[in-house]
Design a protein. Structure first.
Length: 84
């Protein structure tokens, strides 16, 4: 059985999703290149998947601070702020 790639799809039975490990890798990436809007958007996406509205909005706002014209970051921030 192969496990799904990426964090968009739910895990198949028998596959472990290591969200904490994924977040650690993403945070290392941000530490290595803090000026990357894309690098900041990925932890934002993971926070959204985990239901962390405030954490997602915070990191996505940082992505917009780095790259104010990034439409994808803007739309992700809007979705994060409207999460229930």
């Amino acid at each position: 059985m192969s496990c799904p790639r990426g964090i968009r799809r739910p895990a198949r039975p028998g596959c472990k999703q290591d969200m904490d490990g994924a977040m650690q890798v993403l945070e290392l990436n941000v530490g290595h290149d803090p000026g990357s809007a894309y690098g900041l958007m990925m932890p934002g996406r993971l926070h959204m998947l985990e239901g962390g509205k405030g954490a997602a909005a915070g990191v996505l706002q940082r992505a917009l601070d780095v790259e104010p014209d990034n439409e994808r970051a803007g739309s992700m921030l809007e979705r994060a702020e409207n999460m229930e």
